[in-house]
Design a protein around this ligand. Structure first.
Ligand code: FEO
Length: 287
């Protein structure tokens, strides 16, 4: 692991510390993917999540500083723009030529962002923002999906992830936890997924399409045979043309192409969850 969370990094504002943990986790995942020469769809998905979550964190943090009338707001925002540009440059390099993304660049970003920024600039606003905890709470309420998404059932949502790639499983778990999903089952084979679903139901299953022994569509068919009220979202690095035409016939609620984007994934999950049975809808809305 490139870096571990420690108390030394703790600001004391709940959402800020939670965001920093997510970002450290994603940075470690980028580093691991590079070290392990991971396939490009997985590294691309992690980099996408890092870009999206960095922007989201900066948005919330800047709102908190503004509401707290922190005098160093302008300088802090300028630093955020520079850091955003840095992470976007790494991402653009990856899109242009995946092999150009190197561990050196990630470690450089990690140092400038974590050591210099959190330990310096973020700690500088600490006392002002802790004295204005209402402002911090208000900023912390800004959702990752924005005001247009009204889904509030994350805490009650039950998700299963079926994927044979450990780095992809780790990424999806990080994204799901970041929005407060607590009930997450993760399995690496469809057979294990079917066995578990019989005992522990899931509202939505995220399932890799191409796996050994049983593919995602066969898995969906078996879930349908079990008459479970579970909705299936297929994740695939291949073209989804076949799925576009046959998703309903195959029992697929939706599908996403890898590399996946965190917002797209969560919007799809919320849409699919709300189109589930009325009973599931009521339970999730209760959140
Ligand atoms: Fe936590 Fe200013 O970034």
């Amino acid at each position: 692991m490139l870096i571990e969370w420690s108390k030394d990094l703790e600001i004391g504002v709940t959402f800020v510390d939670a965001d920093h943990k997510v970002l450290i986790n994603l940075l470690n995942q980028v580093d691991d993917c590079i070290d392990q020469n991971e396939e490009s769809t997985v590294l691309g998905s992690v980099l996408d999540a890092l870009v999206e979550y960095t922007d989201y964190h900066f948005l919330r943090e800047e709102k908190m500083m503004e509401l707290s009338r922190y005098p160093g707001l302008k300088t802090h925002c300028d630093t955020h723009r520079a850091l955003s540009q840095k992470v976007r440059t790494v991402y653009d390099q990856y899109q242009e030529s995946p092999w150009k993304v190197t561990a050196h660049e990630i470690r450089d970003f990690l140092k400038s962002w974590l050591v210099d920024h959190i330990m310096g600039a973020d700690f500088a606003y600490r006392d002002t923002c802790l004295d204005n905890i209402e402002a911090a709470n208000q900023a912390g309420d800004v959702g990752f999906l924005g005001a247009d998404n009204s889904f509030t059932g994350w805490e009650h949502l039950r998700i299963m992830l079926v994927d044979d790639n450990p780095n992809f499983r780790r990424l999806i778990r990080t994204i799901l936890r970041a929005v407060g999903i607590r009930h997450i089952q993760v399995v690496d084979t469809p057979q294990d997924g079917l066995a578990r679903l019989a005992d522990r139901p899931a509202d939505v299953v995220l399932c890799d399409w191409v796996m050994d022994e049983m593919n995602g569509t066969e898995f969906a068919h078996k879930v349908h045979e079990m008459q479970l009220p579970t909705r299936i979202v297929l994740l695939t690095g291949y073209s989804t043309d076949v799925l576009k035409e046959r998703s309903s016939e195959l029992g697929i609620a939706d599908y996403l192409e890898k590399p996946i984007k965190a917002r797209n994934l969560l919007e799809t999950i919320s849409r699919v969850a709300m189109s589930a049975t009325p009973v599931a809808g009521d339970r999730l809305n209760a959140g």
